[in-house]
Design a protein around this ligand. Structure first.
Ligand SMILES: [Fe+2]
Length: 345
């Protein structure tokens, strides 16, 4: 081990004043802050948002603020490590719960960050992405990739709530985050691609020189199919966990450039201890109850709750009954940067 590094306080006053005047700073007192030994030192802390706590606040926002004055009526899930008001849940992942009331619309826009929605509650909500109308049923994963026009509407009779996940903090850090506004989109009069071109896993429209593969071929992943696939996988194994990644059906790659999504089925009464992953994660509970410890914090979760884990977290899951979770993570980004890693426990 090297000796302790010098501190700012050890340096003479006049030298410190000279550095400040010249617009420079010494690296060595900050060296371990920016390059800690062995593993990162995350600011992110485990968070847990009970749906029962947030839902009344969200519904009250529906009374207090008309959607016209909100554009998107969202309560952001703030990372406890960064404190109240933080516009992020982990270093790279923004999470928000969004409310749309019957008859309301959220105007069309497009932006550099990518987003997904996981429908939490309500029927009749829809998202239009680049002219394709995507119905939103409970647990569905809906993509609105960066640069694609999207707006939302609601044809049902009860409030619709979904969880938004965006790579917004990354784009803010890159100074690359901005949006353009547009008019509500007319949608094509046909079912979305999950019901036409990508009806069944392992099948895709015929390839050929005349047909360019779309970058984002499928923007809706119906939960009923995901759940059935998890159940069939679980029935064929005795593992505590069945896990499936959401992929682009044309390429097999993750569905978005920086964020990944993994559907999990935890068997009741068994423990699951994943490796320590370099990716940060958010877990959204579609169904079931259980207890998870994240870096020593005990989280007793139920349906529609969301909780988070920092990078390299020690995570232990224990489901009380059959539980279904969607894990939102930044593995795709880390793989592109060449440093994604899993460490055994
Ligand atoms: Fe958006």
């Amino acid at each position: 081990m090297s000796e302790a590094l010098g501190t700012l306080e050890e340096l003479p006053e006049d030298y410190r004043a000279g550095m400040a005047a010249a617009g420079v700073a010494p690296l060595w007192p900050m060296m371990r802050n920016v390059l800690p030994h062995g593993a990162p030192n995350p600011a992110t802390r485990p968070g847990h948002w009970r749906y029962g706590d947030v839902r009344p606040l969200l519904l009250r926002a529906g009374e207090l603020t008309p959607v016209e004055k909100a554009e998107r009526r969202v309560l952001v899930l703030s990372d406890p490590g960064r404190g109240a008001g933080a516009m992020q849940a982990t270093a790279t992942i923004y999470l928000g719960l969004q409310l749309l009331l019957p008859g309301e619309t959220a105007p069309a826009h497009r932006h550099t960050p990518s987003a997904v929605r996981v429908l939490v509650e309500g029927q009749g909500g829809f998202t239009i992405v680049d002219g394709e109308k995507l119905p939103m049923e409970e647990g569905d994963l809906i993509l609105t990739p960066g640069g694609e026009w999207h707006d939302h509407g609601h044809e049902g009779s009860d409030p619709v709530v979904w969880l938004d996940a965006l790579d917004l903090p990354l784009f803010v850090m890159l100074e690359g985050s901005y949006a353009e506004e547009g008019d509500l989109q007319a949608h094509r009069n046909r079912p979305d691609a999950s019901q036409v071109e990508y009806r069944a896993a392992g099948l895709a429209p015929t390839r050929g020189p005349e047909r360019a593969r779309p970058r984002y071929p499928q923007n809706r992943y119906p939960w009923t199919r995901t759940r059935a696939a998890l159940d069939e996988m679980a029935a064929a194994t005795d593992a505590a966990l069945a896990e499936l990644d959401y992929i682009n059906p044309e390429t097999g790659e993750d569905v978005l450039p920086t964020m990944g999504f993994t559907a999990m089925r935890l068997a009741p009464g068994t423990a699951h201890r994943p490796p320590k992953r370099s990716a940060s994660a958010a877990f959204h509970v579609v169904a079931g109850t259980g207890r998870t410890t994240v870096d020593g914090k005990t989280i007793d979760w139920g349906p529609k709750d969301t909780f988070t884990a920092p990078v390299f977290a020690e995570i232990d899951h224990h489901a009380h009954d059959t539980a279904y979770l969607i894990r939102i993570h930044d593995r795709p980004l880390q793989e592109k940067l060449g440093y994604y890693e899993e460490r055994p426990r």
